[in-house]
Design a protein around this ligand. Structure first.
Ligand code: CAA
Length: 284
């Protein structure tokens, strides 16, 4: 099998970013999504980001066209080329991921590694939906993928050492730093990040300080590039709530209970940047 052919399933922000970083490292990438509009938007997003990186000298400008032409939009899992690695990056709902992994298990060559970019769902449980749990692994990229250096590489209970080592090497090839993580709710990143964001929302709900001031404390006091409420808007409040629910039920521990204000905002459709309103307002 061609080791330079990979596929990414899911054309949202994360899927587009993952496809882009593989293309920048010389891979041919099939970007799979059922929705043609989403695929068109992802290709546009990749183009904008690649051009920006070339402008800033991060990427050799003579390589822009080659990078862009190596990402192929594909309308279904059944139509993707045989791929050494498939990275799933669809929304954070277990039933959806399970269905996609079953489809991938049937469609991909049996030596292909199947990775999930899940931010908190159990890799062990996803792997159990397939007949190749030893080849299933977590590859958790951070947003914005082209800029962020970290990838959490998550071992499910059955992930083979060979699978882990291959994915660790691939991550380094992308110029990113892999961190080995065992499969527990929220892994490392979201087990620490989300309770901090949730606590910032409690502080806002209790009137401890304004949203702007809570963010200022963390930006100027702790040198975080974004305050926790701006970061929550950037990630998406629905995603933050989903992750808190995974932590809460996964540990059965009340310290992870999602803040009622977070729930209320998600119910109102105030999802952050993507909906134009979250803790802050964004232009159209
Ligand atoms: N591709 C290329 N360039 C990009 C880009 C992208 N996707 N996104 C931003 N840039 C560029 C901007 O255009 C800008 O360029 P100029 O300097 O020419 O204007 C440059 O990067 C810097 O961006 P900004 O000026 O907008 O802002 P910044 O200096 O604050 O940097 C940031 C942006 C890197 C996102 C920084 O704010 C940051 O690190 N924020 C925290 C991000 C973070 O915590 N991510 C993890 C989220 S959690 C997660 O992803 C996992 C999960 O499971 C929820």
């Amino acid at each position: 099998m061609d080791q330079k052919q990979i596929a990414v399933v899911g054309g949202g922000t994360m899927g587009a970013g993952i496809a882009q970083v593989f293309a920048q490292s010389g891979y041919r990438v099939d970007l799979v999504d059922l929705n043609e509009e989403i695929l068109k938007r992802s290709i546009g997003r990749i183009e904008k980001s690649v051009r920006k990186l070339a402008e800033k000298g991060v990427l050799d400008p003579s390589k822009v066209d080659a990078v862009l032409s190596s990402v192929r939009p594909v309308p279904s899992v059944g139509k993707m080329a045989p791929s050494a690695l498939v990275v799933e990056a669809v929304p954070e709902h277990f039933e959806l991921k399970k269905k996609i992994f079953q489809e991938l298990d049937a469609a991909a060559p049996k030596e292909s590694i199947l990775a999930s970019n899940t931010s908190s769902i159990s890799i062990t449980e996803i792997a159990a939906a397939t007949k190749r749990p030893e080849k299933v692994i977590g590859m958790h990229f951070m947003n914005p993928v082209p800029l962020m250096k970290l990838v959490e590489v998550i071992r499910g209970i059955a992930t083979a050492d060979e699978t882990y080592e291959r994915v660790e090497a691939l991550t380094k090839e992308l110029g990113k730093t892999p961190v080995e993580v065992q499969d527990y709710p929220g892994f490392v990143s979201n087990r620490i990040l989300m309770p901090m964001i949730n606590e910032a929302i409690y502080a806002l709900m209790e009137g401890v300080a304004s949203a702007e001031d809570i963010d200022t404390v963390m930006k100027l006091g702790m040198n975080h590039p974004m305050g926790p409420l701006t970061l929550a808007d950037f990630i998406g409040l629905d995603v933050c709530l989903d992750i808190m629910e995974v932590l809460y039920s996964g540990f059965s521990d009340p310290k992870y209970r999602p803040c009622p204000l977070l729930k209320k905002m998600v119910r109102a459709g105030y999802l952050g940047r993507k909906s134009g309103r979250g803790f802050f307002e964004y232009g159209s």
